[in-house]
Each structure stands twice: as C-alpha cells, then as structure tokens.
Ligand binder design. Structure first.
Ligand SMILES: Cc1cc2nc3c(=O)[nH]c(=O)nc-3n(C[C@H](O)[C@H](O)[C@H](O)COP(=O)(O)OP(=O)(O)OC[C@H]3O[C@@H](n4cnc5c(N)ncnc54)[C@H](O)[C@@H]3O)c2cc1C
Length: 375
C-alpha cells in the first residue's frame, strides 16, 4: 500500500513521532488529537532504559533497536524542530540492600551486552553502600546500586511537542477533535472529526488507551485497556538536578517505584500501577500515599520537598504485554501503533518510526507477527 495521504489519530509520543517521520519523508499527513484527560505522554515519568537482558523473541530485537536508535532520533528531532527534545543521558541507578542480587544484575547486563551487541549501554558498575547517594544526594545512603551509564531521561511533553512542531515544519497539518474511523467493505477510508471527513489512503491509529473504543465499530475486540498511574512532582533546591541519574529498585516492596530529576530542582516520584481504575483520572488518597511512602523510603532526603503537582495517566496495556503494531488483518488502510504500557516513552519514538514505515508499505526491520493487533 503506497500511501500518499495518511491520517494519524492520536498525538501522544507515538502518533506525534509517526506524523513527523511521515512528513519528513514528503507524505501528506494530518495529525488528529482530542486532548483526552489522562494522556499517557503528558504524565509519563521519562526514564529511558531500553536494554532488557531478559527479553526474548521480538522484544529482544525491539529493545536492542530502541537502544541503538534513541541518540540519532533525538538529534534528528532537534534539527527538524529547532527545539531541544529534552533527552539527556544521565545514567541510572538500580538500588537495593541486596548486594548479591545487584551483582547478579550487573553480570546479566554484561552477558546480554556481549551476546546482543548493544550500543549505548555504557559502563556498568556495582556501587558499594554509600556511593549511590553521591550522585543522587537525597537517597538513603545505605543503598548499594548498579550504575548503568547509558540510561537516559526525557520529558514526554517536550519530546512530543517537538515532534509535532517538526511534523508541522515538514508540512503536516494538525486537526483538533475526536476522530471516528470511516470504513466500508474491508477498507478504512479516513476519519470523521465532528462534521468533517478527512480522507486517507492509510489511517494510523496511535490513540493509546483509547484505541480499543476507537476500533470497536469495525468489530475489532482489542484486549488493550488503561492502567492508571499517579505520579508526583516535587521541588527541591536546585543542586544540579539536571545531572541526577534515574533511580529504580530491585526490592520487591517498591518494585515499580522510581525517582528521576529534571533541571531546576524538579524531582519526579512514581508511580502507582492501577489496572482496575478504568478511565477514572482522579488523584486518590491511597495513590498519593503509596507514591510518597515509597519515595521517602528510597530517598528520605525528600521529606522537606515541596509537592508541586500529581499527574495521572493511562498506560495503554495489553494482556500479553506486547504492543499492537502493524496492519490489521481484514481491514485495508489501517495500521495500529500502541500498547507500549509502562515503557512507551522509551519505545514510543522507535514505534513511530516503524509505524511510518508500515503506513508506507515497507517491510519492518524484524518480524512483527507477535505484535499483530488482532492476535
Ligand atoms: C505515571 C506514568 C509513568 C510512566 N513512566 C514512564 C517511564 O518512565 N518511561 C517510559 O518509557 N514510559 C513511561 N510511561 C509510559 C508512557 O508514558 C506511555 O506508554 C506512552 O506515553 C504512551 O504513548 P501513546 O502515544 O501510545 O499514548 P498517549 O500519550 O496516551 O497518546 C494517545 C493520544 O491519543 C489521543 N486520542 C485518543 N482518542 C482519540 C481520538 N478518538 N481522536 C483523536 N485523538 C485521540 C489522546 O488525546 C492522546 O493524546 C509512564 C506512564 C505513566 C502513566
């Protein structure tokens, strides 16, 4: 399917990158965005850690490719948008009191690096108790850690907005409103937004957690749904927070909690994982407590920080944890690109590149069959 006109539905990190990639290749693109409450890209913390030692099958290729692609993509985006897309390689700490487990993690990373020719991971080192807090001064100093030099962070809003700006510079049009698919006889012909119909050779649906509802009128029963995340932003005196590494933990108790920092003293502490909250975008007392409890356990030095805001977002999650990425069997002119769950800021830009290629009928760089949207 050689696409001359493409409509991209959803202007999160995936859709915005898709639109930018298509526009810079000379394709006529319209990016439709409805600004739903709880857009994941607006809430995402921003840890960029693509390297997954345990990943097998398509995830292995996906994560390896993401690691290799990030620096070049960020540089292209800076050039095309004229903005700083906010990606910085700050390094990452994985903290624990279990030195043996940390040693095991470091060995696993080194083994995977050797087997899978990873670029960008950088130096991996086990830090004795006390040393982790040297680079993240509010941390509990009794933690030991694995340091991985190549871990990055990005402000999802800034990256997304830069991608939209770059797309517009390359000729893409933005369209505000909620799109519905226009389809007949096994072919998607475009979208309707309010009273307007936008015709397209291909529609790329990158509507995050809202993708299931959008595709339901086609008779598609996608298993994808929202997983709510509540995440707190704190203010500390700016003692070089621009250079603080990301902090994750191996410890079971706070396994999905983490910390990272941005310039100007902004520290982000996340996040709840609430698969049963539906599209309820409230900040809850229990969510707030859970996040702050974990943050202060990991970093007691944050006790006096100012609470700036709590963001709520819906991660687009699938039952098997694989994204929905590819053409949709039975429907010509339709490509889905979503389902990146808790890692969509890490994998979203690469997914946008792949989705743009799929919209143009190009072969993917690896077998995407396990990601088939209707699997
Ligand atoms: C609290 C939290 C912390 C996270 N932390 C990290 C992290 O540290 N690292 C990481 O890699 N990932 C992280 N993530 C995950 C990441 O944020 C998401 O996976 C990613 O942002 C998903 O991007 P997306 O473009 O698929 O979806 P979204 O950003 O949700 O974008 C979908 C867009 O589609 C639009 N839309 C929906 N329906 C329609 C329609 N009918 N018409 C037009 N537009 C429509 C919405 O308004 C929205 O803007 C986190 C997520 C959360 C919630």
């Amino acid at each position: 399917m050689a696409a001359a006109r493409v409509v991209v539905v959803g202007g999160g990190i995936v859709g915005a990158t898709t639109a930018w990639q298509l526009a810079r290749r000379g394709v006529e693109v319209v990016l439709v965005e409805s600004e739903e409450p709880g857009r994941a890209t607006s809430a995402g913390a921003g840890i960029v850690q693509p390297w997954r030692p345990a990943a097998g099958g398509p995830w292995a290729r996906y994560s390896d490719l993401a690691g290799a692609t990030w620096p070049g993509l960020a540089a292209d985006l800076a050039a095309d948008s004229g903005r700083d897309p906010s990606h910085a390689t700050v390094g990452g700490l994985t903290v624990s009191h279990d030195l043996a487990a940390l040693q095991g993690m470091a060995e696993e990373l080194e083994a995977a690096r050797a087997a899978r020719s990873w670029t960008g991971l950088g130096r991996v080192e086990v830090l004795a108790p006390g040393r982790a807090a040297e680079s993240f001064p509010v941390l509990d100093p009794s933690f030991a850690a694995v340091w991985s030099e190549g871990t990055g962070r990005v402000d999802g809003r800034v990256f997304r907005d830069a991608a939209v700006a770059a797309a517009e510079r390359a000729g893409a049009r933005r369209w505000s409103g909620r799109a519905e698919l226009v389809a007949a006889a096994g072919r998607v012909r475009g979208v309707r937004v309010d009273e307007e119909q936008l015709d397209a050779d291909v529609v790329v649906v990158a509507a995050g957690a809202w993708t299931t509802a959008l595709c339901a009128p086609l008779g598609l029963a996608l298993g994808l749904g929202p997983m709510r995340g509540q995440i707190v932003h704190l203010q500390v005196p700016d003692g070089g927070t621009a250079h603080w590494p990301t902090v994750m933990t191996l410890d079971e108790e706070h396994g999905h909690h983490y910390l990272l920092a941005f310039p100007g003293g902004r520290v982000v502490v996340g996040a709840t994982r609430e698969p049963d909250a539906g599209f309820d975008d409230r900040v809850t007392a229990a969510g707030q407590r859970q996040v702050l409890d974990a943050a202060l356990t990991l970093a007691p030095g944050l006790a006096g920080a100012t609470v700036l805001e709590t963001r709520v977002g819906f991660r687009p999650v699938t039952p098997d944890g694989h994204p929905l990425l590819g053409a949709v069997p039975g429907w010509d002119g339709l490509v889905l690109a979503t389902g990146l769950g808790a890692n969509g800021l890490t994998y979203g830009p690469l997914t946008g590149v792949l989705a743009a290629g799929l919209a143009l009928g190009e072969a993917a760089p690896f077998d995407l069959t396990p990601f088939t949207p209707t699997r």
